[in-house]
Design a protein around this ligand. Structure first.
Ligand code: NAP
Length: 277
């Protein structure tokens, strides 16, 4: 069974429209961009479109593509200081090999709607209620919950250990009482480990790495990977056609995790506004 991420996103969007209407004002989202990367630009345009449809005032803060850490931190702090802002996110890749943790510590955790501040990851690890997880990791859990996938006591395997997807997804699965294994590029016999999973999350960035031999019959597979193809398309980390024959359910790429991620981000912005910044 293919899990329809667009349908889940539409349901979340309908719920958000009602919540935004009840607020009586437009929540604000600031998107700081210091890159000319084409796929980032595509993603930002899609965020702006979704925000507009929902009634969220999203604005793009463009910085020179050679900005240093101080400049990016300054822009993030300035955006956060604006009382009309209910969420601040910073797009990657960053110039000069900078990483998100190099700059995102200036985003106050209460406005850190994409869980980029290392403090947010710490709060998530510590199980502090109300902390924001990175939207992609939260989208993985949102999809599993929407599909009614039982997590307590089940074996979950996450392939990938980045701060934005693999690590927070593993922490969230752990918080939901799954028994979690995290794999990475140095995991020997990845296929054998993956085959232990009742719930398999692939967040790698390698086209079709996960083949049918990686999947236990009846497992649920969430494909986070987004890999550009030479013809301008997108494929995931999972060989969907082959794995579909084995898995109970699988998220497609495109149309799986991506649209849900966007709505989780918007949900987080609305949550900040509801908390009364
Ligand atoms: P990342 O920072 O590059 O991390 C990739 C992880 O995969 C690393 O932990 C790496 O291991 C591991 N890995 C690489 N090759 C491997 C292999 N052959 N076997 C096992 N593990 C391997 O990437 P990311 O930011 O987490 O993103 C992962 C994927 O998700 C990408 O395709 C990205 O485009 C996509 N993504 C999608 C969304 C969405 O909304 N749908 C959002 C964010 C990201 P090491 O740690 O050992 O290097």
């Amino acid at each position: 069974m293919l899990i329809d991420g667009r349908k889940i996103a539409a349901e979340l969007g309908a719920e958000l429209t009602g919540r935004i209407g009840a607020l009586g004002h437009r929540p604000g989202l600031a998107i700081v961009v210091a890159t000319g990367d084409e796929s980032t630009a595509w993603y930002v345009r899609s965020l702006l479109r979704t925000a507009e449809k929902l009634g969220i005032a999203a604005r793009r803060v463009d910085l020179p593509h050679d900005s240093d850490a101080g400049t990016i931190r300054g822009a993030l702090a300035q955006a956060a200081a604006d009382p009309g802002t209910h969420g601040v996110i910073c797009q990657t890749p960053l110039p000069h090999g900078l990483t998100l943790p190099d700059v995102a510590a200036v985003i106050p955790p209460e406005l850190d709607v994409d869980g980029a501040n290392p403090v947010s990851l710490g709060l998530l690890a510590a199980g502090v209620a109300g902390a924001f997880a990175p939207a992609t990791a939260a989208a993985v859990l949102k999809i599993l919950d929407h599909e009614g996938v039982e997590l307590t006591g089940r074996r979950a395997v996450v392939i990938g250990r980045s701060n934005v997807v693999g690590k927070p997804a593993a922490l969230m699965l752990l918080a939901r009482h799954a028994t979690v294994t995290v794999c990475h590029s140095r995991t020997p016999d990845l296929a054998a480990v993956a085959r232990e999973a009742d719930v398999l999350v692939a967040a790698v960035g390698r086209p079709k790495l996960v083949t049918a031999g990686y999947v236990k019959p009846g497992a649920v597979v969430v494909d986070v990977g987004t890999n550009a193809t030479p013809d301008g398309g997108l494929v995931g980390d999972v060989d969907t056609a082959a794995v579909e024959q084995v898995a109970a359910a699988i998220t497609p790429v495109p149309g799986g995790v991506g649209p849900v991620t966007t709505m989780v981000l918007m949900h987080n912005v609305v949550t900040v506004a509801e908390r009364g910044r």
